[in-house]
Write a protein that binds this ligand. Sequence first.
Ligand SMILES: CC(=O)N[C@H]1[C@@H](OP(=O)(O)OP(=O)(O)OC[C@H]2O[C@@H](n3ccc(=O)[nH]c3=O)[C@H](O)[C@@H]2O)O[C@H](CO)[C@@H](O)[C@@H]1O[C@H](C)C(=O)N[C@@H](C)C(=O)N[C@H](CCC(=O)O)C(=O)O
Ligand SMILES: Nc1ncnc2c1ncn2[C@@H]1O[C@H](COP(=O)(O)OP(=O)(O)OP(=O)(O)O)[C@@H](O)[C@H]1O
Length: 551
Amino acid sequence: MTSPQARIRPDHVTPRRASDLAAALGAPAPDTDAEVTGVVSDNRAAGPGDLFVALPGARVHGARFAADAVARGATAVLTDPAGAALLEAEATTSARPAVLVVADPRAAAGPAAAHVYGAPAERLVTFGLTGTNGKTTTTYQLDHVLRALGRRCGLVGTVETRSGDRVLPSVLTTPEAADLQAVLAAMVSDGVEALTMEVSSHAIAQHRVDGVVYDVAGFTNLTQDHLDFHGDLETYFATKAELFTPARSRRGVVVVDDEHGAEMARRAEVPVATLSTGTGVRPLDPGADWTVSGVAPDGTGSAFTLTHRDGRTLRTRTALPGGYNVANAALAAVMVLESGADVDAVDQALRAVDGLTATVPGRMEVLATSPRVVVDFAHNTEALELALSALRPTTKGRLSVVFGATGDRDPGKRPFMGAAAVRGADVVVVTDDDPHGEDRAAVRAAVLDGARAALAGLGRDVELTEIADRADAIARAITSAGADDTVLVAGRGHETIQEVAGVDHHLDDREEARAALAARQEHESEGRSMRPKHEGTGRPMRPKHERESGA
Ligand SMILES: CC(=O)N[C@H]1[C@@H](OP(=O)(O)OP(=O)(O)OC[C@H]2O[C@@H](n3ccc(=O)[nH]c3=O)[C@H](O)[C@@H]2O)O[C@H](CO)[C@@H](O)[C@@H]1O[C@H](C)C(=O)N[C@@H](C)C(=O)N[C@H](CCC(=O)O)C(=O)O
Ligand SMILES: Nc1ncnc2c1ncn2[C@@H]1O[C@H](COP(=O)(O)OP(=O)(O)OP(=O)(O)O)[C@@H](O)[C@H]1O
């Protein structure tokens, strides 16, 4: 269920007649006409002049909430025949909205909202990113390149939604169709020129991006995920492939570092430029339109050269670690180039901002350099492995990881995550992630089982610790790190709410890490040792500590 949430909406909208909207949607003219100045699909967000889109849901029909939406000022309802029947049955003598009936209101919601808001997507240069991993990171890098070129930018994604000076935390990666069109309209009125956004597979399947044809669509990669929703990998792939059809984009850029990318490029029904970076599972493909070469370590990140088959070339850098971040940065730059930007202009703009140096909230976010403390969203085995191997080459001392597994979700991955941590790190602190309704100790035990099994036969020492409380675990890992060590806090990234047994608690890994770093600095400035056996509270530094060797 969508939760009640603040939404970015345009300040002024030219009223449209519900009857005109019905004609535009090919729906019968409503019995009652009305003026419409906004669109919502959650009654709790309805206000005066809104069209309430009553969707048939998996749990409830939105038409059940139509009377409340009307009481809040909605003047019209868009629904299906079942919803219209519900409205009829529940009709009171009070305000009667204009009722528009279509066979598939989900598919009509985007076009209806685009009509009401004056087709805002057509007044922006639009970039849409899809793929299993890297959408958020690449979206921020794209935003960074566009800003470097002097464009006014809007952004929509997992972490936040930004229009001009307005910034709101996001609830979904890709908003509901009505909310998305409202944000785009707000962007137009805020003077935004370019939109970068994440397009989830759920959003494509649920028509949330209908009403937008992206100027440039991008594909990062595809691995097994979300099969609870899509059923099988082929359906998941086919859903993402829809983004590369004329109904949804004008052109595309596809990273061909995995087989799915190569297949996506073959299947695309819009012109696509391929990008091969040689950082994924497939080797560098010299036949790709754009290739990456000369990857060289540069601080925590890498420098690299991007070359088109026609000879255009650009040397730049990403500040984020790991080969996959070279791919994300290269994709961002190529999407801007494929939108028509001149390579020399992009080169100059990137030089002025020291390369692709966007800070991505909770994605390989570096909070300190000595010890290096990094917060990352890696919350599955593959992401954890990648994050650790990305940090290893630039870690002079020990590499620590603080992480846990989510309760009530995919229990099968827990031991694998434990094993990945042991294989990739020198110090492993297993703690709580989001327990949700599950027994926290049992979730940790499953992770620890995998960790211990991986230790057997590993051939090197790994310090394995269990600290239930996450804030405590972060503090202890940072306090006991050496100056050359790296501490990776993985799993929750930008998230600020930890749900324990149905109760939400504020918990932000970055805040906890910063507090621990500040305490550490205070100790250091007082000339005290940073690796004491006991904290000021008298608690032991490493409770339940086990020093285990796989040798
Ligand atoms: C599994 C899934 O995708 N569910 C979506 C589905 O919910 P549903 O069919 O259960 O809807 P419902 O609760 O029966 O409600 C039906 C209608 O009544 C409305 N309603 C409901 C209750 C109420 O009090 N008032 C009200 O108006 C709802 O807004 C909805 O329009 O239809 C709803 C309306 O379109 C979606 O909001 C909802 O997404 C839920 C919130 C969700 O969590 N989706 C996730 C899985 C998702 O989309 N994730 C992707 C990212 C994935 C990733 O890459 O990690 C994303 O884009 O965020
Ligand atoms: N190109 C990539 N390939 C593989 N892993 C990546 C890539 N880019 C980022 N990651 C890792 O995947 C995780 C999620 O990254 P990011 O948030 O950018 O992706 P996303 O597609 O937006 O995923 P989500 O929707 O879950 O936020 C992080 O742990 C990050 O380190």
